[in-house]
Design a protein around this ligand. Sequence first.
Ligand code: HEM
Length: 300
Amino acid sequence: MRTLTDQLIDAFEERGEADLIHEFAFPLPIYAICDLLGVPREDQDDFRDWAGAMIRHGGGPRGGVARAVKRIRAYLGELIHRKRLELAERAEEEDGEDLISGLIRASDHGEHLTENEAAAMAFILLFAGFETTVNLIGNGVYALLRHPEQRALMQRALEEGDERLLAAGVEELLRYDGPVEIATWRFATEPLTLAGQRIAEGEPVLVVLAAADRDPERFAEPDVLDLTRRDNQHLGYGHGIHYCLGAPLARLEAQTAIATLLRRLPGLRLALDPDDLRWRGGLIMRGLRTLPVTWNSADD
Ligand code: HEM
């Protein structure tokens, strides 16, 4: 993850300006999840293009998105088929270490996943872990740039090698402006009354995680960004049996990304008036379209 992050920064450092969404927050999770799944390096830029099409066109089964999804599914189907054949020819101790090989090998009471099921699982991991992480990095860096005293605190902690503040700080960034505003749909399995609102059996319920994370009854001064906040049990990764499977990976990515960026470009600042920044539309995800930044060696 560190190598990936450094390589991305190497590509724009000399220029003195960059769009942190497109050149940094966006490619990092794609390459990371591709490495984890076992997608060969030479194919990863295709993934970057397809994933880009998915994000640009927003959610929904329309045009560009549908084409990108189809390409990714077809590619994963072929990759899984190829890996299954490779695994069948190898001794057990030589099995691949990547996640796709793991999915192929995995069994439950002697039953294995079909190739289709393994492809669906790989697709979910790719999809669930992509735009979310892009936006945690994007929203997180943006929040730090808007709160110079908090950013200075983080920068000092990094200089002193205090990794605890980095970990706690990224949790606070997630609480303060997390990428997932609304959980996936829930349906009432029985009639209930919630905060005075009657909900009939079968009715959908949309849980607004972002509102819960600013709940004044739960968090002291919820609208204040405080990287040292204690008792910070936010709902940014959901709760209960559907709690985010990729939370440890997302944490590692966001912590590495933010730490490396602040260490290498300490003079980082916004290149646009915040009022001119554009946010993506959509009910579920919250994230910036672009995050233009600048720095110069005099600052650094
Ligand atoms: C900052 C990044 C991320 C955020 C904010 C996030 C957020 C969430 C949230 C809120 C849920 C629960 C949704 C619900 O209950 O309706 C969830 C579920 C899930 N996430 Fe993440 N996620 C992130 C990264 C990832 C990554 C990197 C992966 C995989 C590589 C991943 C895989 C999943 C999966 C598979 C589920 C469904 C779990 C289940 O239903 O049992 N997520 N995530």
